[in-house]
Design a binder for this molecule. Structure first.
Ligand SMILES: Cc1cc2nc3c(=O)[nH]c(=O)nc-3n(C[C@H](O)[C@H](O)[C@H](O)COP(=O)(O)OP(=O)(O)OC[C@H]3O[C@@H](n4cnc5c(N)ncnc54)[C@H](O)[C@@H]3O)c2cc1C
Length: 437
């Protein structure tokens, strides 16, 4: 039997591909529910993700999976609108005339920003079209230095810096230029008149988890089962010990795929991963009416959240029985963070008063419910030298024969962690196990 640690997307994807290769597989999931970071809440209509989710056009493997699992007709692509909240005003940032009208960047700043997004290096006045091809060349370049050199001070101060601070807090200066460039490339198709094309699964990504579970077989998945130990002898893994509500059980295994955050891998095997992770506090606020007409609102002004993501400006509120759903989110760099320390009630009060400060017409009476999710490890901090710290899929040389890793510290989750990346990582482990035979 091959044991998979973790019933998130990566674990389920790895399990399915292993079964296709003829292996007997059991997935062990610590919590009572599957799906990990892609888990959902109920609403008056379709379920909605606890943490906002959409797909980018550059992601292909997940589209193949959605087709393969019979959900192809439910995959929807539509344009998501972006805006920037600066000095008390929401500035739409999708259409060329909106960007031209944006008052906080000069025409020159906009030109330099536009060229970078189009992958054109205009330094020295001679356009070069291949400067940004090899991300590795920018792995050791500090993001601040890169932005100042490749765009303008205005772009840095008034566009990139607030976004980097919202995403990485006071760690932003350690992020590499390779991450920024990868992120620009990762964002898929942009229509010059309509904005960025984003993907969503009608009914929510919980349907993908359900379909993955069906395909793996419920009988091959155990929930409420935390893998607490791996039995490694003579350089090879031979067993796995699981804690369940009924006690502890040990299973013989031929191989193990660890599909969790790297701290679990470290606990199980001693393998130390140098990547630091940030946590997230994210609430879904259900409202009687819309707050804005934007899907993704970045906030440059002082606020308790870095962004407000109004899901029902992307997927119709009708799907949720008329509920308007807004995500308020903050990335947390250390668990001493004041917001992290608050109980859910305190977090929710912080969000609501933050929204009132930014939108004086907001009426908290219009709030139906708020649910808050938090996780101490939700995204890697893509610091310089990141790729050297990525955990290999096959850990036979580093840990023991038969130990594989498909979690968020794997190569597939760069330059952005995603459901697509989780699937690719799960598949990569299955492939390597097959090759090792
Ligand atoms: C705020 C936020 C926004 C996001 N937005 C997007 C987006 O727009 N688009 C997108 O594609 N992706 C997005 N993602 C990322 C996406 O959710 C993840 O990349 C993906 O779900 C990771 O899946 P995974 O299986 O690798 O890990 P996880 O989802 O973390 O699953 C790991 C599982 O392992 C279990 N586990 C842990 N320890 C043990 C143990 N000892 N024994 C057994 N089980 C264990 C956990 O309970 C968990 O269920 C977002 C994530 C967050 C947090």
């Amino acid at each position: 039997m091959i044991g998979v640690v973790g019933g998130g997307v990566a674990g389920l994807a790895g399990a399915r591909r292993l079964q296709e290769r003829g292996y007997d597989v059991t997935v062990f999931e610590a919590s009572d529910d599957l799906g990990g970071l892609a888990a959902t809440y109920e609403t008056a209509g379709d379920p909605v993700e606890k943490f906002y989710h959409h797909l980018s056009k550059s992601e292909e493997t997940i589209v193949e999976w959605i087709e393969e699992l019979g959900l192809g007709d439910n995959l929807e692509w539509r344009y998501g609108s972006d805006a920037y909240y600066v000095d008390g005003v929401v500035h739409p940032m999708d259409k060329p005339w909106e960007i031209l009208a944006y008052p906080h960047l000069s025409l020159y700043d906009k030109f330099r920003l536009g060229m970078l997004v189009l992958d054109v290096d205009v330094r020295g006045g001679v356009p070069s079209f291949d400067t940004y091809e090899r991300l590795e060349d920018f792995e050791d370049v500090p993001v601040r230095e890169f932005i100042l050199d490749h765009t303008s001070r205005g772009c840095f101060e008034r566009f990139f810096k607030p976004l980097l601070e919202a995403k990485f807090g006071d760690r932003w200066e350690s992020v590499s230029a390779a991450w920024l460039l990868g992120r620009v490339k990762f964002r898929g198709e942009r229509d010059i008149l309509k904005g960025e094309l984003l993907g969503y699964l009608e009914g929510g990504f919980g349907r993908l988890i359900d379909a993955m579970l069906e395909s793996v077989g419920r009988e091959n998945v155990v929930t409420g089962a935390r893998v607490a130990d791996l039995g490694i002898e003579d350089g090879a893994v031979g067993s796995l010990t699981v804690e369940t509500g009924d006690g502890t059980e040990t299973h013989d295994v031929d191989a193990v795929v660890v599909a969790t955050m790297p701290d679990v891998l470290e606990h199980l095997t001693g393998y130390e991963c140098g990547i630091d992770f940030q946590g997230t506090v994210c609430s879904v606020i259900s409202m009687e009416q819309a707050l804005t007409d934007t899907y993704w609102l970045n906030i440059a002004d002082e606020a308790p959240f870095g962004a407000l993501i109004e899901h029902t400006n992307y997927v119709s509120a009708e799907r949720y029985g008329g509920e308007h759903l807004l995500y308020a989110v903050k990335y947390v760099q250390d668990l001493g963070d004041e917001l992290w320390q608050k109980e859910d009630e305190g977090v929710e009060e912080t969000w609501l008063s933050g929204i009132e400060d930014l939108f004086p017409d907001f009426d908290r009476e219009s709030v139906n419910w708020i649910e808050t999710a938090r996780s101490p490890k939700t995204a890697p901090i893509y610091e310089r030298g990141y790729l050297d710290m990525v955990v290999p899929y096959d850990l036979s040389e580093d840990v023991a024969s038969g130990v594989y890793y498909a979690g968020m510290a794997s190569r597939a989750q760069y330059p952005e962690r995603s459901i697509n990346g989780a699937i690719v990582a799960g598949e990569a482990c299955a492939e390597r196990i097959g090759e090792a035979e």
